[in-house]
Design a protein around this ligand. Structure first.
Ligand SMILES: Cc1ncc(COP(=O)(O)O)c(C=O)c1O
Length: 386
């Protein structure tokens, strides 16, 4: 069966060029980067090269880069590490449409006396700097707001939010897992203090991530153990993963313009095809000028009845097409996605949604195949609803 993959916001395949770069560190150069012998030293050198490369690609200093196990760990480390140093400041400003790696971390902190303060997003899902300013008090320890939303693709105005945070003397963390390598991310242009990234969203390996902590920030390590990462993240270094992450980031930055142009073209074709083929209403959740690679849609008939998004996903899967409904991390759960509910969508519309996320290897034929199958499946499903 043909597999057509439209779930790149959940994960991406490993780029062959990344794999090539990693293989020597899985085979012959298997040394522990903390060992004093030549194999260890070889590993240490490539890790430091990778750190310099990653730092340069996001405009940071190498000393500000900490390698982690992924976006989830980086979000945890950023939030917990700032809160541990925040003294009597006990408020975290965030939004209800963040990834669970942020939301659940803040929820846990709440059990320990931290007060979450939620900024409302606009109808289209973006958060304005003014609304952040309104929520900051002299008790605010941290503002944590994502760059690109993983479910609906909206882009927050990070540099405006960072300016507000700086003026008010509050640290600003951003989960840039979906934006790194997709749109420009430069820590100085943005003015962010802490930032999270992940390898497997950019054609790199799973299990490797990036935490950026601006030098001088009041933050303490969250993972304790050996002296790795200058005592800021204990644990034997994932040398092959680190090498792969740096290569993946380098490739996604250098190929960004071409990929963006491709996603814009595929997205336009997708919407044009839907307009031609569908007899039902569909609405795009999120703003029209969001990230080009993510599009989230709800399907309803004239009476406002929606179809079951989970069934739609499974029917597409039978045809070999991989999409997502809600974030991949919550699929399987029957509740509507917290992001779509957070946008104010009724349960019927939220439950009838799917997310398509384009990748660099998708073709126009893939999009035509997807819309053909969507047309046939929706016709069947809406006939059952009626
Ligand atoms: C916005 C966002 N943050 C964090 C994560 C978690 O990243 P990881 O899978 O590397 O732990 C994801 C993954 O879906 C994500 O989309």
């Amino acid at each position: 069966m043909r597999t057509v993959y439209f779930d790149h916001a959940a994960t991406t395949p490993l780029d062959e060029r990344v794999l090539e770069e990693m293989l020597p560190y899985l085979r012959e150069n298997y040394g522990n980067a903390n060992s004093a012998h030549h194999l260890g030293q070889k590993a240490k050198v490539v890790v430091e090269d990778a750190r310099e490369k990653v730092a340069q690609l996001i405009g940071a200093e190498p000393s500000e880069i900490i390698f982690t196990s992924g976006g989830t760990e980086s979000d945890n480390a950023a939030i917990k590490g700032v809160l541990a140093m925040s003294g009597d400041k006990n408020e975290v400003v965030t939004s209800e449409i963040e990834h669970h790696a942020v939301l659940h971390t803040v929820e846990l902190a709440q059990m320990q006396g931290v007060k979450p303060v939620f900024v409302e997003s606009q109808d289209c899902g973006t958060i304005t700097a003014e609304s952040v300013a309104d929520k900051i008090t002299d008790k605010t320890a941290l503002v944590s707001l994502m760059h690109i939303n993983n479910e609906i693709g909206t882009i927050n105005p990070l540099s405006e939010i960072a300016t507000v945070c700086r003026e008010k003397g509050v640290l600003f963390h951003s989960d840039t897992v979906q934006s790194l390598g997709k749109i420009p991310v430069n820590v100085n242009d943005i003015g962010v203090d802490l930032l999270s990234g992940s390898g497997h969203k950019i054609y790199g390996p799973k299990g490797i991530g990036l935490l950026y902590v601006r030098n001088g920030s009041r933050w303490m390590p969250w993972m304790h153990g050996g002296s790795q990462e200058r005592r800021r993240r204990g644990g034997t270094l994932n040398v092959a993963g680190i090498v792969g992450f740096a290569k993946a980031l380098e490739l996604s930055v250098s190929e960004m313009a071409a990929h963006t142009a491709k996603y814009q073209k595929l997205r336009k074709l997708f919407v044009d095809q839907l307009d031609q083929k569908l007899n039902f209403n569909y609405s795009i959740n999120g703003s029209a000028d969001g990230a080009p690679h993510i599009i989230n849609l709800s399907f309803t008939d004239d009476s406002g009845s929606g179809i079951d998004g989970e069934m739609l996903l499974l029917n597409l899967d039978i045809e070999g097409i991989c999409v997502s409904n809600g974030s991949a991390c919550t699929s399987g759960a029957v509740e509507p996605s917290h992001v779509l509910s957070g946008l104010g969508l009724e349960d019927a519309a939220a439950n009838s949604s799917i997310r398509i996320s384009f990748g660099k290897d998708n073709t126009e034929e893939d999009v035509i195949y997807l819309t053909d199958k969507l047309e046939a499946i929706l016709n069947r499903m809406f006939a059952t609803v009626a």
